[in-house]
Design a protein around this ligand. Structure first.
Ligand code: HAM
Length: 419
């Protein structure tokens, strides 16, 4: 039998209802905040990601699904959406009409990571991206929106970590201080961090490997290296969060795995998902539009890990199937024919109804209705046909009422809607 590819997953009925609910709530909130949906392809030129995310990141170095097209041009299944949204922002000239634009997009991403709980090779994200606002108000609004979303869903055990990664002005100085700090500790670092110590030393300070954590204790803090502008920006963000009562923890070790970040970065973390503790992450990326050959435009955004959010809300333990309100049980060929017409009419009028298609006994049809956990069963047997009446049984109260066959569909819908 052909099975799923490792690291890929099916989201089945029973779980998918929770996903639909999360997605519907996300759309309402994002649109209330002025974000408009943008739908993007899942495949882009490889260059977009290597230039956008950074060649020294784990994603670009080892996690991309890249392959040449028939002419040998590199293309990649998107590992994230931000670079694609920036490409679309530039390509469709949004900056020309109004540089301030807010977009959201929901869909699958692909990273060739080692699969484990909460980590998949195809996973889903809800992304929000905002362009053209350099003010810290944008940072506050974005983080406030994320906070509202998580509290609205009553997500358990989440903490928002926030940091500033500085700007091209102050970060190089911090990078130098860090490089000097780790230079005599490389033998204590994991093999990834030994490489990162040279290429991307910031990543060393948020490595999860215990040996690395110990080695970087006492490392210089980015918070002590921010330039005046970055410091003021960060302070304004913190003040804004306080004013709106958004809880956070300042975490000078929060670095993020993508190179495009500047200034504010944040991550929503949980302790309930083992090693995969980030449920959402984001920050400012003021340089990215320019790197991708657009006009210099400030930008900020985040992505929520949909799979992890659904896991936190219990998708794997609970069954979120919504039972149909009605089962139509018919006995005999004539009754079954009528029942099928009713079924189609109920469905067309927006009432979800089910029936047995095989002409089974009434007993087994009632069993089937119970399995569906329906609210009502509409019964049409030979006697009912003769009397020109069907019986509507409330499965909770066991009460039964007779309904005339003439005009039955609307009558039944009205009775069910009454409760
Ligand atoms: P990221 O931190 O790489 O950021 O991913 C965001 C979220 O996607 C993570 O916090 C996590 O919940 C989820 N995620 C990442 N990888 C996996 C995986 N292999 N399996 C399951 N879930 C995963 C970004 O992607 C940035 N583009 C976010 C952003 C938007 N920054 C600014 N705008």
């Amino acid at each position: 039998m052909i099975k799923l590819i490792r690291g890929f997953r099916d989201i089945l009925p029973g779980d998918v209802e929770l996903w639909q609910d999360i997605e519907a709530k996300a759309r309402v909130l994002l649109e209330n905040f002025g974000f408009r949906e943008i739908r993007l392809p899942i495949m882009e030129s490889t260059d977009l990601f290597s230039r956008g995310i950074g060649t020294d990141t784990d994603i670009v170095e080892k996690e991309m699904y890249s392959f040449p097209d028939s002419k040998g041009r590199g293309q990649t299944l998107r590992p994230e959406a931000t670079a694609s949204v920036v490409r679309a922002y530039i390509e469709h000239g949004f900056a020309g009409s109004d540089p301030v634009q807010k977009f959201y997009t929901i869909g699958p991403m692909f990273r060739h990571e080692r699969p484990q709980k909460g980590r998949y090779r195809q996973f889903y994200q809800i992304n929000a991206e905002m362009y053209g606002v350099a003010s810290p108000l944008a940072d506050v609004q974005i983080m406030y929106m994320l906070h509202l979303f998580f509290t609205g869903l009553s997500v358990p055990d989440v903490v928002t970590h926030v940091n500033s990664l500085g700007c091209p002005e102050c970060r190089p100085k911090f990078r130098d201080a860090l490089t000097a700090f780790v230079s005599d500790k490389t033998d204590r670092l994991c093999s990834d961090c030994q490489r990162r110590a040279k290429t991307n030393p910031l990543r060393v300070i948020d490595c999860k490997v215990p040996g690395c954590k110990e080695a970087v204790e006492g490392a210089p803090s980015i918070q002590d290296h921010l330039c005046q502008d970055c410091r003021e920006h960060f302070e304004a963000v913190i003040k804004g969060l306080d004013n709106l009562s958004v809880p956070y923890e300042i975490n000078p070790r929060l670095v993020r795995g993508l190179d495009y970040y500047t200034r504010t970065t944040f991550e929503v973390q949980t302790s309930l998902l083992g090693a995969q503790n980030a449920v959402a992450g984001g920050g400012r990326y003021d340089g990215l539009v320019k790197i991708l050959e657009g006009k210099d435009t400030p930008a900020i955004g985040f992505a929520i890990g949909f799979d992890r959010l659904a896991a936190l809300l219990g998708a794997e333990e609970k069954d979120f199937t919504v039972p149909p309100p009605l089962f139509v049980a018919a006995l005999g060929a004539e009754a079954q024919k009528i029942a099928f017409d009713w079924l189609c009419a109920f469905n067309a009028k927006g009432l979800r109804a089910e029936m047995d298609y095989e002409g089974k006994s009434l007993k087994s049809q009632m069993k089937q209705a119970n399995r569906f956990r329906v609210g009502h069963v509409l019964i049409l047997g030979e006697t009912e046909l003769q009397n020109n009446k069907a019986v509507l049984r409330n499965m909770d109260t066991k009460e039964q009422v007779e309904v005339a066959l003439d005009g039955l569909v609307d009558q039944v819908i009205a009775l069910i809607n009454q409760g």
